[in-house]
Design a protein. Structure first.
Length: 133
């Protein structure tokens, strides 16, 4: 069947594993950034504001990431997103005592996870085309 051909294809498996690992690292931070922030001594109201800003920015990042695929290939766009997320995670580890760095790091990680989710339908369609079964 066409679905089985796609699911067993090497490119699909690569796209699947890239997206799963990328998205779950973002999920981990989204679910634990408040505990991480409490460890640094940030107030709950500040952490709530950071999470809200992350959600707001992720909506625009998702649109921007998906739209960027109209102008650029997948690998450069995805590489930029991964570098941004890794940099943000490193900044997060070094951000003790800096509200701005902590907020920017959390917002960036939240936003990059949503970008990958928004890009996946376009990427799969580009790789496999429209297959009806």
């Amino acid at each position: 069947t066409p679905l089985r051909r796609i699911l067993c294809h090497r490119k699909f498996l690569a796209i699947y594993f890239l997206s799963v690992f990328h998205i779950y690292s973002g999920f981990y931070l989204v679910n634990s950034f408040k505990q991480f922030g409490f460890t640094y001594g940030y107030r709950d109201s500040f952490l709530t504001l950071v999470g809200s800003c992350g959600s707001f920015c992720s909506s625009f990042a998702g649109i921007g990431g998906a739209a960027s695929l109209d102008h650029f290939r997948f690998k450069p766009v995805y590489s930029t997103i991964v570098v941004a997320q890794i940099t943000a995670l490193m900044v997060l580890l070094l951000s003790a005592g800096s509200n701005i760095l902590f907020a920017l790091a959390v917002v960036t990680v939240i936003s990059t996870g949503d970008v990958v989710t928004s890009m996946m339908p376009t990427v799969v369609m580009t790789v496999f085309g429209l297959i009806r079964g």
